[in-house]
Design a protein around this ligand. Structure first.
Ligand code: SF4
Length: 334
């Protein structure tokens, strides 16, 4: 069997696990290529206009895979990947939306992944799928359990200072990308599928590197510390990604080595509209919200990044010259 995995949405976090899972079952895995303009145009034309940019891009990847020789396309119905937390509700309906809108689509494997209460629901779902596919449920369960170590491997790679996109390359055996070694350190927040897709983020990481700024993302930090920082909010954030972002922002805010933070959000994203506001109100470091959609141009993003980096450098010079912080506190006591 040959299964296609679209390079969109949670591909940037769970692809190693999914690939390992299918390989354990002796299935071949094909992925769509990195997003290109043609795929974006095709996705934008096909998706409903209310969909957010990353979902439109996913349509482009699905259309690309549909034109290939694959027996199935893996498009799980992600509900929850950790206890008491959820993924954006748009993920739940994606398989249905794709089936309804794209003619001649290869069959979708739409496993419902929901571990919000316990692992039991997921195992029952795997059993249901095993029966449908004529596979032994014990073998499928074991393949799933064994494949989770691939996510741990990816997370360990990223904690060495790699973004998820780079981490997946390293996990696949490619040489590690050069790290940024500039005079600035900037915390970069956003959904993994927006930050690590070069077409969606308009090359954010590369641009920062060229401007002499090293990017720090949530994957590079200790998840326990992120969780502890997020717990400082009066109410627990029940979106997995939202809680990670707020925890990352609060953690980086306390780090004197971090000069500022950039939050990349996609136009039309409901959860970002709330999380960005919460973070903006709670952090003291310079903060920039960068909103992108299918009409955004690289030049506009570059101009804003240059202005942000210039401001951070000017701020640092002023602090050193006047012994004053823009927050009204003395930096040094004599
Ligand atoms: S979280 Fe936001 S960007 Fe992600 S799928 Fe949902 S609406 Fe789209």
């Amino acid at each position: 069997m040959r299964v296609g995995i679209p390079r969109g949405l949670f591909f940037y976090h769970l692809y190693p696990q999914w690939k390992t899972f299918f390989n354990y079952l002796d299935w071949e895995v094909a992925t769509s290529p990195p997003t290109n303009k043609k795929m974006v145009e095709a996705g934008v034309m096909m998706a409903v206009s209310e969909a957010c940019f990353p979902v439109k891009v996913l349509y482009g990847h699905i259309l690309e895979l549909a034109g290939r020789e694959v027996d199935y396309i893996f498009m799980p119905r992600l509900v929850s990947i950790e206890r008491r937390s959820y993924i954006c509700p748009k993920f739940m309906g994606i398989p249905d939306m794709l089936r309804a809108q794209i003619q001649g689509l290869p069959p979708l494997i739409d496993l419902c992944i929901d571990v919000s209460r316990n692992e039991g629901d997921l195992y029952r779902e795997l059993d249901r799928w095993s029966k449908k596919m004529g596979l032994k449920s014990g073998r499928v369960r074991k393949a799933w359990n064994d494949s989770t170590r691939a996510t741990c491997e990816l997370e360990a790679i990223c904690r060495q200072g790699h973004t998820l996109g780079e981490g997946i390359g390293v996990w696949e055996g490619k040489p590690a990308a050069k790290r940024g070694t500039g005079d600035l350190t900037i915390g970069v927040l956003g959904h993994c599928y927006a930050l690590n897709d070069r077409l969606i983020s308009l090359g954010l990481f590369e641009r920062l590197r060229e401007m002499g700024a090293a990017a720090v993302t949530s994957e590079m930090l200790d998840p326990q510390l992120i969780e502890e920082a997020a717990a400082r909010l009066p109410k627990r954030v029940f979106w997995t990604v939202g809680r990670t972002m707020v925890g990352t922002a609060l953690l980086l805010d306390q780090n004197p080595g971090v000069d500022g933070m950039i939050y990349l959000t996609c136009f039309g994203c409901g959860s970002d509209s709330m999380m960005a506001k919460i973070i903006e109100h709670r952090v003291n470091k310079p903060f920039m919200l960068l909103t992108v959609d299918e009409h955004s141009g690289e030049a506009g993003v570059v101009t804003r990044l240059e202005a942000f980096c210039d401001m951070l450098r000017r701020k640092r010079r002023l602090e050193l010259a006047h012994n004053l912080s823009p927050y009204g506190e003395f930096l040094y006591s004599h």
